[in-house]
Write a protein that binds this ligand. Structure first.
Ligand code: CP3
Length: 345
């Protein structure tokens, strides 16, 4: 039997040299892709997530279309909230809705216990099917929401700009906050380890809205919980720790853990990596808005990011956040090709 092919994405997570910079994109499966819209014409979003054959097919769509170096499980960070009994719905214009938001200590106590294998078996089945289809050609990334970002949806009841309910809850109900975060941390670790057991080879923890907090609030209200999730992940499986608006938080996120730190476009990759230290890998960080401009502009911006990384082992190319719905597929494909070409060593 021949040895399995080395996978550049996993090598980069471990800061090993790679023949080129591996690239994948957050939200690489989604509405900007005609084949995704065709699936969505037949299934509601939640129904799609709960139908493993269909979700596995969507997981593979960007792999076939784009030439990326990894697949990411098609699912959503909010799926684990539904079994808590809070009522989850994806509405057409407004995005996700939690029908019974958590606003008090009593609300926290009412949350149902969650056994992930019983609560979200469809996610693990999607992982198994996608991994089977990928074989050892490309790695499959699993993911989950980080406790803060999950708590913010539970408390706000949906998307938010200012997170005022969340910030009040944190301070006015400190012990209920920590109880909630502790529960979310436990569920999230079990959920990620379930994905790993089903075949995910790396995992990304999305703390998408963490940039709303001050460093001192992060330290007190979030860090211990994110750390406990990351510390509980099966040894040897790389963890990518991602958030947006994190310029002031990255050293603390690093303290919480992760083999790779996800950077958004509001920081310059080169100096930021230098500041964090080269003993952690970095992922990022093209502004997804640039994908709506021209191939020339995309090339210029991608080249700048690659120059910042300077060919050091441990850079995974990605966007600074997810692909926008209005993005031309050709531009995404061009980005993947140019990252491979420009970084070839
Ligand atoms: O990256 C991928 O391709 C994997 C799939 C994935 C989805 N959501 C599919 C999805 C991933 C990794 C996520 C993570 C996610 N979900 C996050 C963290 C990343 C981020 O974007 O910050 C968050 C905050 C959510 C919550 C969520 N789910 C929102 C805010 C929305 C609505 C936004 C929108 O674009 O409508 C969703 C729905 C959702 N999740 C869609 C997709 C493809 C769109 C649903 C549709 O098809 O109508």
């Amino acid at each position: 039997m021949s040895a399995p092919r080395p996978l550049p994405l996993l090598q980069a997570c471990r800061r090993e040299p790679t023949p080129y910079t591996p690239v994948w994109l957050m939200r690489q499966a989604g509405r900007y892709m005609p084949e995704y819209r065709a699936m969505r014409a037949r299934h509601g979003f939640l129904e799609l997530c709960k139908t493993p054959e269909a979700a596995a097919e969507v997981t593979l769509q960007p792999v076939k279309r784009l030439g990326v170096d990894a697949a990411i499980l098609f699912a959503d960070i909010l799926l684990v909230l539904e079994p808590l009994g809070v009522g989850l719905e994806y509405t057409r214009g407004d995005g996700p809705r939690i029908h019974r938001p958590v606003r008090s200590a009593a609300d926290v106590e009412r949350l149902k216990p969650v056994e992930v294998e019983q609560a979200v078996p469809f996610v693990f089945e999607t992982v198994r099917l996608a991994r089977q289809a990928l074989g050892d050609r490309l790695p499959l990334i699993g993911f989950a929401g980080a406790p803060f970002t999950l708590a913010s949806y539970l408390i706000e009841g949906g998307a938010s700009r200012e997170f005022l309910h969340t910030k009040r809850f944190m301070r006015e109900a400190r012990s209920a906050w920590h109880a909630l975060m502790g529960r979310l941390a436990t569920v999230t670790a079990e959920y990620l380890n379930g994905q790993i057991a089903a075949g995910a080879q790396a995992v990304q923890l999305f703390d998408s809205w963490i940039g709303t907090l001050s460093p001192s609030d992060y330290r007190e209200f979030v860090l211990p919980h994110s750390r406990s999730v990351i510390a509980a992940i099966a040894p040897g499986v790389p963890v990518i720790h991602f958030g947006t608006g994190t310029a002031g938080l990255l050293p603390l996120m690093r303290e919480a853990g992760g083999d790779v730190l996800g950077l958004d476009w509001r920081v310059e990759l080169g100096p930021t990596w230098e500041r964090l230290g080269y003993d952690v890998a970095v992922q990022g960080n093209l502004d997804p808005g640039i994908l709506l401009t021209s191939v020339g502009e995309i090339r210029r911006a991608a080249a700048e990011i690659l120059a910042g990384a300077a060919g050091r082992p441990g850079h995974i190319f990605n966007l600074g956040h997810g692909v926008h719905q209005e993005t031309p597929v050709d531009h995404v494909r061009a980005l993947v090709d140019m990252v491979h070409d420009m970084s070839a060593r």
